[in-house]
Design a binder for this molecule. Sequence first.
Ligand SMILES: C[S@@+](CC[C@H](N)C(=O)[O-])C[C@H]1O[C@@H](n2cnc3c(N)ncnc32)[C@H](O)[C@@H]1O
Length: 222
Amino acid sequence: MTKCLSQYALLILITTCPTLFCSSVSAFERRPAPLFPPDKIFLLEEPRDWQDKEEILDRLRISPGDKIADIGAGSGYFTIPLASRVGDKGMVFAEEIQIEMVNYITKKVDNLGLNNVRVVFGKVEDPSLLDDFFNLVFLTNTYHELEKPLLMLENIRNDLKYNGKLAIIDWDPEKKSPFGPPLDLRVSKETVIKEVERIGFDLIERHRFMPYHYFLVFRKIP
Ligand SMILES: C[S@@+](CC[C@H](N)C(=O)[O-])C[C@H]1O[C@@H](n2cnc3c(N)ncnc32)[C@H](O)[C@@H]1O
């Protein structure tokens, strides 16, 4: 009878607290938010007065000739202004793990006749880019969807050049917003900083002008 009860208690624990038992969710791994649905891609194209892209790119001090990776590029909302800032001598890699997004950005880039954008179909744990190539890796509204953040960060670190920067902009769970992912699916800036620093980066800048987001910039530690 006691054994039967304890087995029952264990079953209740497993079904109600799966994170306690699921080995894939360690202290540094969490349940990611669902991927942004491709049939809602039009929402990613709407102008965002709450996330001023020119102000963001100004603060990143992007220069002609820079090599930039836009990871989780979605509809390419940031890819196109990034491409215009880096110019003909620069290069932007727009990377995605959803084929619908890859196809959408490819069409957009072709229609605009841009020669300085490469569209990449990556993997959940690896953006599949080029080692030691980028000045800047840029993730906007994407970090909370990463299924394997630590593996992604290790690969991003390999892709960055000496002194390369990683910019992460994401929905702040401390700032309620009329849209965006539910608060419990967002990742706190403290968690992001802990995860990124653990992989070999220093936090070098925090920008505080967005109403619903944090904006963190890290530098790769050599
Ligand atoms: C909310 S959208 C943001 C798109 C774009 N950055 C923007 O701000 O408009 C997040 C995107 O990240 C992509 N994503 C999620 N996990 C990813 C991963 N591990 N590698 C690359 N892209 C990922 C999703 O497919 C989705 O299109």
